[in-house]
Design a protein around this ligand. Structure first.
Ligand SMILES: [Zn+2]
Ligand SMILES: [Zn+2]
Length: 178
């Protein structure tokens, strides 16, 4: 898949998504899997962004995901913090994040911080569960994720188990969300 990244002032980089995928150094990627990229105005990516903006409660790293089968959205969700209290969520957003304070790398030791969404409450896993609550099989469906630049192992496991065919991130996700 060939795409391009606009740099403004009419400049842009043409890239081959396969090469970008190999050079991205994701903290985790199953051996036989790739991550693909679509533009922000792709309707499914736009919906993932909307879900993220409206429903995530992990205000440090809000993410949203939709599951698409045969051109139709059959599941959607945003990542959720274990904290429900609005004041605590704001404190978490404003720096009181134990993982941030301890400089824990992306994808590691979620259990340390109740403010960070744990893997089972990441947008990908929740969107898969939402889709499976609506229909028995979602084999061959695609997942669109907005708000992050890679997917953790528990999320990949749940996507692979459900038969998700393609995982799409927004173009420039690494630069936007790393
Ligand atoms: Zn946190
Ligand atoms: Zn995850």
């Amino acid at each position: 898949m060939i795409g391009f990244i606009e740099l403004g002032h009419g400049d842009f980089i043409i890239y081959n998504a396969d090469i970008i995928t190999m050079n991205n150094n994701y903290p985790y990627l199953p051996k036989d899997k790739t991550i693909e990229y679509v533009k922000e105005d792709n309707p499914f990516m736009a919906e993932a962004k909307l879900v993220r903006n409206n429903y995530s409660s992990d205000l440090n790293h809000p993410t949203g995901a939709v599951v698409v089968l045969n051109g139709e959205i059959i599941g959607r969700s945003a990542n959720q913090s274990a904290i429900k209290n609005k004041r605590l969520l704001d404190l978490h957003k404003n720096g009181l994040c134990i993982r941030k304070i301890l400089k824990i790398p992306s994808g590691k030791a979620y259990w340390l911080c109740p403010g960070c969404a744990s893997p089972s409450h990441h947008a990908e896993s929740r969107a898969v569960r939402d889709a499976l609550s609506h229909q028995k099989s979602i084999i061959g469906a695609d997942l669109y994720l907005y708000g992050h630049w890679w997917c953790c192992k528990p999320c990949w496991d749940s996507m692979i188990n459900a038969g998700i065919a393609h995982v799409y991130l927004v173009e420039g996700a690494t630069e936007l969300f790393k």
